[in-house]
Design a protein around this ligand. Structure first.
Ligand code: GLU
Length: 557
C-alpha cells in the first residue's frame, strides 16, 4: 500500500534534512531567565506605517527591558505585494528612531545564527517541515484550480455557510494516498494544505498577553501552507520561523487574533510550544468628515506613514514618547514626573496596555515634541536640527553650517532657563522663526511686506527713536538690566513714559509708553512683531548689522 512517506518523497525528493536536523541547527538560545526573544517581521510593501513603527517599538522595548534579543525578519513570501528594495528602507527608517535589531536582516546584509532572516531565502527550511507534515498525514496536495475555488465560494455563499476549504467542501481532503500520488505524477498543479483536525463546534482557550484568556472557535479550515510558487503562506512561515528563531514573544497587530486558532493548531500539529502572543491595538483616528473612529489610512492621513514625521522633522524621541503614551496608560504620568529621565527607565507592561485608547492624536504629539525640543540643550538641538536639515531643508543646513555658533546662540535664546521658550514643534518650524537673523532673509522679508509699525506713530517719531537708538547703541557692553534702563531712558527722551499705568491714565500727554519703543526696535531689526527677547536678538546681530537694518528701514519709511 502507498504510504504518506512515499507521497512526501515524491513531492520533495531533494529534501533530505529532517526536523530534528533543524532543531540541532537552531538550538534553543542561551539567555537568562525571563529574557524575551522578540521580532519585527514586516512585509516589504513600500513604506513604514506608523502602526508598524509602534509594533516594532513594542517588540524592541520588551526585548531590551528583559535583556533578551530583538531581531528583524523580512516577510516577503507574498511576492505579488512586494515592492523591490523597500526592505532596506524599513530598516533605515527604524534606525532613525533608534530601533536597531540585535540580529537579523539589515537591508544589505544579515547577522545572527538563526538566519536566513528573509523568508524567501528560507524555502528549504519550510520544505523540511512541510515534508514532515505530509509524511505524518497532516498535510496534503490540493489540485483545485482557481475557477474551482471561485465556484466553491459561490456555492458556499448561496448555502450561507462559512466560506473556505474544510470538511465536505475540501475536495481533495479525502483522497487515498495512491490517488494523491497518481495526481502528482500526472503533473497537475497543486498547493499544499494543512489537514485540520478541528471542529467549528469546539472552542479553544488562547492566552493573549494583553487581553488575557480568550475563547475562540477552534480552527477547522484546511489552510494553504505551501503555494504553487514554492513559498509558504504567512501562517505557516511565521510558525516555522518563530519556532526555529526561538521567538518567545510575538507582538503583532490585533488583526491576527482571528488567525490565532490556525496558528495554535499548527504548533500543536508540530508538537512545538507556541510563543506567547500579544496582539497590539490598531492605531485609529477620528475621521475629519464623519467624526467616526477608523484605522489610520495611508490614503487619507499623512501621519499614517512614518516618513511624514521624518520629513516634518519631529524629534525622533518625541514620536517614540508619543507612541509610548498610546501603548501604556501610565506612561504620560511617568513622563510628567520624570521629564529628564531616559526612556529606558520606564517599564512597559502588558497589563497597562490601553486597548481602546489607541487613537492617534496629533495635538498631543505636537505638545510632547514641543516640550522635548524646548528642553534640549542648544548643542543637541543644533545637532538634530542640522541632521534633519541636511536631508530635508538645504537652506537651513546652509545657514547652520555657515556659522554654527551663531545658530546655537539663536536657538539658545530663552532656552537655558527654568521655563524655556517653546517655539518649535518640529525642525521644519525653525527656519521661519529664525530666518530674520540672517541678512539675506531679513532683506527678503523687508521687500515682502510693509513693516507692521503701529499706524498711530508718526514716521518722524519712529526715525527719531531709531536715530537715538543707534547713536546710543552699546548692547555688547551692557548687561540686561543696564540695557533695559537705558532703553527706558531713551523712551523718556522722546516722550514715551516708562510706566504703563501713568500712560493709561493720560494717553494724550505722551507719544506712547516704553513697550512702544521696544516694539519699534523689534520690528525694525526682525521685520516682525513676534521675535524673541530683543536684548538677545540685538547681541546676536551686533552693532554693524543693526545699524545697517536701521538705515534700510529709515530709507523705506
Ligand atoms: N508580515 C506580517 C505583517 O506585516 C507580520 C505579522 C507578525 O508580526 O507576525 O503583518
Amino acid at each position: 500500500m502507498a504510504t504518506n512517506k512515499e507521497l512526501a518523497d515524491l513531492i520533495f525528493p531533494d529534501v533530505k534534512e529532517t526536523v530534528e536536523d533543524l532543531e540541532k541547527r537552531y538550538p534553543p538560545r542561551n539567555l537568562p531567565e525571563g529574557a524575551e526573544v522578540t521580532r519585527f517581521a514586516p512585509s516589504p510593501t513600500g513604506f513604514l506605517h506608523t502602526g508598524s513603527l509602534f509594533t516594532a517599538l513594542i517588540a524592541y522595548t520588551f526585548a531590551k527591558q528583559t535583556n533578551g534579543v530583538y531581531f528583524f525578519r523580512l516577510e516577503d513570501t507574498d511576492q505579488k505585494r512586494e515592492i523591490e528594495g523597500t526592505g532596506l528602507d524599513l530598516v533605515k527608517q527604524l534606525k532613525n528612531f533608534g530601533i536597531v535589531a540585535d540580529e537579523g536582516y539589515y537591508g544589505d546584509h544579515e547577522e545572527g545564527n538563526y538566519g536566513p532572516y528573509v523568508q524567501s531565502n528560507r524555502a528549504d527550511i519550510y520544505k523540511v517541515v512541510i515534508k514532515d507534515l505530509i509524511r505524518r498525514g497532516r498535510a496534503y496536495p490540493d489540485f483545485c484550480s482557481k475557477e474551482e475555488l471561485d465556484q466553491l465560494r459561490l456555492v458556499q455563499e448561496a448555502n450561507k455557510v462559512v466560506p473556505g476549504y474544510y470538511g465536505e467542501y475540501a475536495k481533495y481532503r479525502g483522497l487515498t494516498v495512491k490517488e494523491y500520488i497518481d495526481l502528482v505524477k500526472s503533473g497537475k498543479p497543486y498547493v499544499i494544505r494543512f489537514r485540520s483536525l478541528g471542529n467549528p463546534a469546539n472552542h479553544i482557550k488562547a492566552h493573549d498577553e494583553i487581553r488575557g484568556d480568550m475563547e475562540l472557535t477552534q480552527n477547522y479550515q484546511d489552510i494553504v501552507i505551501y503555494k504553487s510558487d514554492g513559498l509558504p503562506t504567512y501562517h505557516f512561515a511565521h510558525l516555522v520561523d518563530d519556532h526555529f528563531m526561538r521567538t518567545t514573544l510575538v507582538t503583532r497587530g490585533e488583526e491576527w487574533i482571528s488567525s490565532l486558532p490556525i496558528h495554535l493548531e499548527l504548533f500543536e500539529a508540530m508538537g512545538w510550544k507556541a510563543p506567547k502572543y500579544a496582539h497590539l491595538p490598531v492605531i485609529m483616528v477620528n475621521d475629519k468628515e464623519t467624526g467616526n473612529k477608523r484605522k489610520l489610512s495611508k490614503r487619507k492621513d499623512p501621519e499614517a506613514a512614518v516618513s511624514y514625521f521624518l520629513g516634518q522633522g519631529y524629534p525622533k524621541e518625541g514620536v517614540i514618547r508619543y507612541l509610548l503614551t498610546i501603548a501604556n496608560s501610565n506612561f504620560e504620568a511617568w513622563m510628567m514626573e520624570n521629564p529628564k529621565a531616559p526612556l529606558t527607565d520606564f517599564k512597559l507592561s502588558f497589563n497597562k496596555f490601553s486597548l481602546d485608547g489607541a487613537l492617534f492624536d496629533m495635538p498631543k504629539l505636537n505638545n510632547i515634541s514641543k516640550e522635548l525640543l524646548a528642553n534640549m540643550d542648544k548643542k543637541t538641538f543644533s545637532d538634530q536640527c542640522l541632521e534633519w536639515a541636511s536631508s530635508y531643508n538645504e537652506e537651513l543646513a546652509k545657514l547652520i553650517n555657515s556659522d554654527r555658533s551663531k545658530f546655537e546662540a539663536i536657538v539658545n535664546i530663552e532656552r537655558d532657563q527654568e521655563k524655556p521658550r517653546k517655539d518649535y514643534e518640529k525642525f521644519s518650524d525653525v527656519l521661519p522663526h529664525i530666518a530674520f537673523f540672517y541678512p539675506d532673509h531679513y532683506d527678503a522679508l523687508l521687500k515682502k511686506a510693509p513693516l507692521p509699525f503701529n499706524p498711530f506713530l508718526k514716521k518722524e517719531l519712529i526715525k527719531e527713536v531709531l536715530d537715538d537708538f543707534i547713536a546710543t547703541f552699546d548692547v555688547e557692553h551692557q548687561d540686561e538690566t543696564t540695557w533695559f534702563s537705558k532703553m527706558k531712558e531713551l523712551g523718556l527722551r522722546h516722550n514715551f513714559i516708562d510706566d504703563r499705568k501713568v500712560y493709561k491714565k493720560n494717553p494724550t500727554a505722551y507719544n506712547g509708553w516704553y513697550a512702544d519703543v521696544i516694539s519699534i526696535i523689534r520690528i525694525t531689526v526682525s521685520a516682525s512683531t513676534q521675535a524673541p527677547k530683543l536684548y538677545d536678538v540685538l547681541k546676536i546681530l551686533g552693532k554693524d548689522e543693526v545699524s545697517r537694518r536701521v538705515k534700510e528701514v529709515e530709507a523705506g519709511l
